[in-house]
Design a protein around this ligand. Structure first.
Ligand code: FE
Length: 281
């Protein structure tokens, strides 16, 4: 018999200013309940006047992956491995920092000049100890290559960034098994999602309210699921829009300092030293 996942708890978000004034909504750290996710930032939505948009100039990362998913706006990125690209609405950049990368994430020139709305997500996915020093890897996936699917009754829509839903498999290759789905459910619609037993499962709601086992998770809340084989999402009195995230519990110590996430303090000191010596990336 399949066991149904229920809602274990919800966590509120707080708004913080990242990188010199970029407003993000960030769920309270749930520690190992969020494993393997280290961070989930909803960037904006924020309206920039002409000339005002900001991003993150060159900075390093080691030991994990940063995944950027744009809904609105226009960013550009460039890194020390020679990768370069634009991020427009619907595009995803899955950047595996591994041993080390230095990159910048900035508004595109036209966007900066004209102003506009930026909205999107950046999540940090931890790497297991054995993969932390892997070669950096970079997957830049334009919106049109990310599989989209609508349910038979037309009430459920999904953008399948990683993992699978409604019989559709993502195209992005992940180091550890990750589910990352952007889903919309219309009022009175529901969806049954398989999340393999043993994986940590959670949702982040950024529009409306979704019910899990009769309990609401509202706009701006992270909902942590119990273990089980599958979960049923229902949109009752309003439409719901949310991210589904799942992945394995890594069960390893986390040593974290700014843009470096390793297992021990010594490894963090090594990362800082490598960065200072210019040998990180
Ligand atoms: Fe970064």
């Amino acid at each position: 018999m399949n066991t149904i996942r229920t809602l274990r708890m919800t966590a509120p978000t707080h708004t913080v200013l990242e990188g010199g004034g970029f407003p993000v909504r960030r769920p309270s750290a749930m520690g190992t309940l969020m494993s393997p996710f280290l961070l989930l930032d909803e960037m904006g939505p924020v309206h920039w006047d002409p000339g005002q948009a900001i991003g993150a100039p060159a900075h390093p990362h080691r030991g994990f992956e940063t995944v950027t998913y744009m809904l609105q706006g226009a960013m550009k990125h460039e890194d020390s491995a020679g990768n370069k690209g634009d991020l427009n609405p619907g595009d995803v950049q899955w950047m595996t920092a591994g041993r080390g990368i230095i990159h910048s994430e900035l508004p595109q020139d036209d966007f900066l000049e004209q102003g506009g709305v930026t909205h999107g997500f950046q999540i940090w996915v931890n790497l297991p100890s054995k993969d932390k020093m892997m070669n950096p890897r970079y997957q830049d996936i334009p919106s049109q290559e990310i599989p989209k699917v609508t349910s038979e009754d037309g009430k459920v829509w999904a953008n399948v960034i990683a993992g699978s839903t409604l019989g559709v498999q993502a195209v992005i290759d992940t180091v550890i098994p990750i589910t990352y789905i952007h889903m919309k459910i219309q009022q009175d619609g529901s969806h049954r999602q398989v999340i393999e037993k043993g994986l940590n499962g959670m949702i982040y709601v950024f529009g409306g309210t979704v019910h899990i086992d009769g309990k609401p998770v509202q706009d701006g809340q992270l909902g942590i699921l119990t273990d089980g084989d599958e979960v049923v999402f229902e949109a009752r009195e309003e439409d719901a829009e949310f991210l589904i995230l799942a992945g394995p519990e890594l069960n390893e110590p986390i040593a974290r300092y700014g843009p470096f996430v390793m297992n021990t303090r010594e490894e963090i000191q090594q990362a800082l030293q490598d960065y200072q010596n210019g040998t990180l990336a």
